[in-house]
Design a protein around this ligand. Structure first.
Ligand SMILES: Nc1ncnc2c1ncn2[C@@H]1O[C@H](COP(=O)(O)OP(=O)(O)OP(=O)(O)O)[C@@H](O)[C@H]1O
Ligand SMILES: [Mg+2]
Length: 180
């Protein structure tokens, strides 16, 4: 099994990817922790509190693997495999990022990215709509079940080409964003 799991920081990529890796007995490839181990960090973007990684080096390593669940913010890793975008409602994402001690600037940036479907759009551009799937991660057990179903049978009928499950760019979410 080869699958990419992407999404806004805090949406639940690692939680779901770990579960899938255990469930299906394949390696969990957490690209951000692997990046420091393997020396893929090109620079630390201090202003945005993030690291820039050498995508090509990561891609070479990952594409050399026979199977695995790639857990990364980037959609282009693991060529040819389906991609699962983990989605999280903005108000819930706010709670998860606050609990992690993120700065308000970073929380705002990530909430806006989630509202405008930034990771979903990147995934669709990279993989195509029929190979891109969404899992809304509100209640963990049902998110895990949906992720398992997609991972075991990534059928186009379940993809974003046929189903759009989330709409976060709403008046309610925008008003919430403005209070932050
Ligand atoms: N369905 C859920 N209900 C409650 N808490 C959750 C749920 N899913 C994930 N979490 C919690 O939210 C936090 C963020 O999850 P996780 O680390 O999986 O996100 P991530 O997308 O991998 O983030 P990053 O991009 O920073 O690596 C963790 O503390 C995790 O335990
Ligand atoms: Mg993670």
């Amino acid at each position: 099994m080869k699958l990419c799991v992407s999404g806004t920081p805090g949406a639940g990529k690692t939680t779901i990817a770990c579960h899938l890796a255990t469930r299906f007995g394949v390696p969990h490839i957490d690209v951000s922790s692997m990046a420091s181990e393997k020396g893929w960090i090109i620079e630390d973007d201090e202003e945005r509190e993030t690291s820039v990684i050498d995508i090509e080096a990561a891609q070479d390593h990952i594409n050399g693997m026979a199977e695995g669940i790639v857990d990364a913010h980037y959609a282009e890793l693991f060529e040819g495999s389906p991609l699962l975008v983990i989605r999280c409602p903005p108000m819930l994402l706010h709670q998860r990022l606050l609990a992690r001690g993120y700065s308000m600037e970073k929380i705002r940036e990530n909430i806006m990215a989630e509202m405008v479907d930034a990771c979903l759009i990147a995934a669709m551009e990279e993989k195509g709509r029929e190979s891109t799937f969404e899992v809304e991660n509100i209640e963990l057990e049902s998110a895990k079940r949906r992720a398992e179903n997609v991972a075991s049978d990534p059928a186009p009928g379940e993809s974003v080409a046929c189903q759009t499950t989330v709409h976060y760019l709403t008046e309610e979410n925008l008003s919430f964003y403005q209070t932050l």
